[in-house]
Write a protein that binds this ligand. Sequence first.
Ligand code: PGA
Length: 304
Amino acid sequence: MEMVATSCPHFTGLRPTLHTPRSQSFLQHINSQIRLSSPRKPCRAVAAMAGSGKFFVGGNWKCNGTKDSITKLVSDLNSAKLESDVDVVVSPPFVYLDMVSSSLTDRIKVSAQNSWIGKGGAFTGEISVEQLKDIGCKWVIHGHSERRHIIGEDDQFIGKKAAYALNEGLGVIACIGELLEEREAGKTFDVCFRQLKAFADVVPSWDNVVIAYEPVWAIGTGKVATPQQAQEVHVAVRIWLKKNVSEEVASKTRIIYGGSVNGSNCGELAKQEDIDGFLVGGASLKGPEFATIVNSVTSKKVAA
Ligand code: PGA
């Protein structure tokens, strides 16, 4: 499908050349393009869900925590009441991965925040996928904006690391997202699609990939994207997958949102059809709040 043209005043900052057919809103139009014909899972009593994958919530602890604070966080998570219909993952700093992996309930899986591009060896400071698997890690985050923009990782390097991790059996949380100046220049879709393509060019399969759309201007700033801003990019990503990968992958791949998600804004975001979960930074350091975000899956459920 061709991404369509220009003025959609209530979705500012996106590609200015997009246009909306007169009789439809931009979202209605784009949604009409993405009604996927593959069958949905019949058992999910879920209303606002365009994709067929299970809701997914990841907690990215980044470079935060001490033995004491992490012990408390793990204990809060172990006692939290979590909805069953959600994949839940937390991503501690490397030095605490083993400790978390051995003390956290099986209900929550553990993710690394990075992994080396290939097999381990003489690579000072790096951690291999094999080592991550050895301590029970199931996931790894790649393409996070802090690694792109602070550490300087480029699309190709990120793609290679993701491909290696997938080939070795780890799931990958593949992050994409535009800088504020890119949004303001109307380049949001261009940037996201370019980053997506770098993953698509190399991943062996999409079965264990979750895409995290994280606008950089929303990360750690308290400036969350509006539900409409997020939905608009998520649906565009789903269309991109349909066009460039397959209809099945577009339907099954979870597209989660990240950037200042918290216990108060998660419910409204979760109601959006193409938001299949969240990647949470700051708010994931508080067990009860993280549980609230996990449980925002209920916002999607059909009222009885
Ligand atoms: P934030 O971080 O929730 O603190 O904005 C999100 C992320 O970087 O994954």
